[in-house]
Unconditional design. Structure first.
Ligand SMILES: Nc1ncnc2c1ncn2[C@@H]1O[C@H](COP(=O)(O)OP(=O)(O)OP(=O)(O)O)[C@@H](O)[C@H]1O
Ligand SMILES: [Mg+2]
Length: 442
């Protein structure tokens, strides 16, 4: 019975199997096989000379080679986390290079490693494919402007942190999951004190259903231009405010000098603004002279926001299918400011290069290899050169709409953006007294 249950769980509900049987078995397997696996994977070093000499003098067997010392073995929600102290002569790259062999030897689904500090390496092993059915952990570390947006292949949570990485670019072929990723961002930002601004040139089909939580929306390039120019004005006002707050004198301690909105006292701090742009190419394409002028003004405004917006609390989140120099001048300049890069499935190397060519060349290959059937799978990198395979939970439009309606009262009023506030009818009250709605019966 137990074996049958375990088999059934493993097949249908790998996450439950892991929590009930898998984790114990895996920990035992790692502990029992550790020394021999490390030896087979070439991760051992010969014993020190003094021990060899001692063995020779006392006429005993020469001691074995030594694997890295286990500092900690932690069972986790999706796998096992192993912390190793390397022996002299080993380096973190040895462990990273052996990760595929370790994966097979310990019978795990995935193994990744990273160096924690000099000589200490953390090996994260996952017991099953965590990205197949994404389930976010119940306990998440939420801080202002930090959104748990997706799950990483090693089982940890991927955060989109606007304070450390102000602007982001999301690329991907059509139907690859860009809009779902963006929807997750909106759902994560909705409960926070932040103004959301949306530009969705697909006639607003993605963002307008979420209108109740948005402070400004545009669904065509003309409105988008006015909206972006209003944002530039807003940015200048915020800088005026910061200037007025500075009043630096010798007596002001260093920590109290304001250079961005987060240094201002909370009661006078302007609300941060996240600008979400879906299908950015629509803003950069033109067919006539008039449209070309409009396009240049739009791109100029975007570049200015990307270059100067961070300290004023304006963050850009741009989505598109391609984002390269073929969209005209100013695009690569804008791209250089978008630090956080995410690429969903792309069809060719040049598209992947637009996301990662200039920061992490090996991520380009990983982005091309994403299979078409696992939509939502993406590669996310940053300027440090590191990248992760991530997948956002599948938030349906209905769930996102419900969340936005729930937090509609948190939509802040930004005076500069007031003309673009979407007009929405009042929510139908859930509890209308029956007597008022029931038709009068004679
Ligand atoms: N993280 C995910 N998990 C599961 N399914 C997903 C995920 N992301 C996307 N999908 C599926 O892929 C479909 C297309 O996603 P989405 O609309 O986000 O694509 P897109 O990249 O925005 O496409 P387009 O460029 O045409 O707008 C969704 O309807 C959904 O069924
Ligand atoms: Mg889309």
């Amino acid at each position: 019975m137990v074996v049958a249950t375990a088999g059934l769980l493993r097949w249908r509900r790998p996450a439950w199997y892991w929590l009930t049987f898998g984790v114990t078995l895996a920990v035992l397997r790692v502990l029992f096989r550790y020394a021999s696996v490390m030896d087979a994977c070439g991760l051992t070093v010969p014993p020190p000379r003094w021990r060899l000499a001692l063995a020779r003098m006392t006429n005993r067997m020469a001691p074995d080679s030594r694997p890295p010392r286990i500092l900690r073995l932690l069972p986790a929600r999706t796998g096992v986390v192993l912390r190793l102290k390397l022996r002299p002569g080993q380096d973190a790259f040895d462990v990273a290079a052996a990760s595929d062999r370790l994966r097979h030897s310990f019978g795990m689904y995935g193994v990744t490693s990273r160096e924690l500090r000099s000589g200490v390496v953390e090996v994260r092993m996952t017991g099953y494919d965590v990205l197949k059915r994404v389930q976010m952990p119940a306990r998440l570390d939420t801080r202002p402007m930090r959104v748990p947006v997706a799950l990483r292949a090693d089982g940890s949570v991927h955060y989109r942190d606007y304070r450390t990485v102000p602007h982001g670019l999301t690329l991907g072929a059509t139907e690859s999951g860009k809009s779902v990723y963006q929807r997750n961002l909106v759902a994560g930002l909705a409960p926070q004190h932040v103004a959301l601004v949306g530009i969705d040139c697909k006639q607003g089909v993605e963002l307008f259903p979420l209108a109740r939580r948005f402070s400004a929306l545009a669904d065509n390039p003309d409105t988008a231009l006015e909206l972006l120019e209003a944002l530039v004005t807003h940015m200048q006002e915020v800088y005026q405010l910061i200037r007025a707050e500075q009043r630096i004198s010798v007596a002001v301690p260093d920590a109290e000098i304001a250079a961005d909105i987060w240094d201002l006292p909370e009661d006078r701090r302007p609300v941060p603004v996240v600008v979400l742009v879906d299908e950015v190419a629509e803003l950069a394409l033109y067919a006539s002279k008039e449209e070309e002028k409009r396009r240049d003004r739009i791109i100029t405004a975007l570049v200015r926001l990307a270059q100067l917006g961070r300290a004023a609390g304006i963050y850009l989140e741009i989505c598109g299918q391609r984002f390269g120099s073929e969209l005209g001048k100013g695009i690569t300049m804008l791209r250089a400011q978008l630090t956080g890069r995410t690429a969903h499935r792309v069809n060719d190397e040049t598209s992947a290069n637009m996301a990662f060519g200039d920061i992490a060349p090996d991520a380009v290959l990983a982005a091309i290899q994403i299979p078409a059937e696992t939509r939502g799978l993406a590669i996310s990198g940053d300027s440090s050169g590191g990248w992760h395979r991530i997948r956002a939970p599948h938030t349906s439009l209905r769930q996102a709409v419900n969340l936005c309606n729930k937090y509609a009262d948190r939509t802040p009023d930004v005076p500069a953006l007031a003309p673009f506030r979407p007009a929405v009818a009042a929510l139908p009250s859930a509890r209308v007294p029956l007597s008022k709605t029931a038709p009068a019966t004679a």
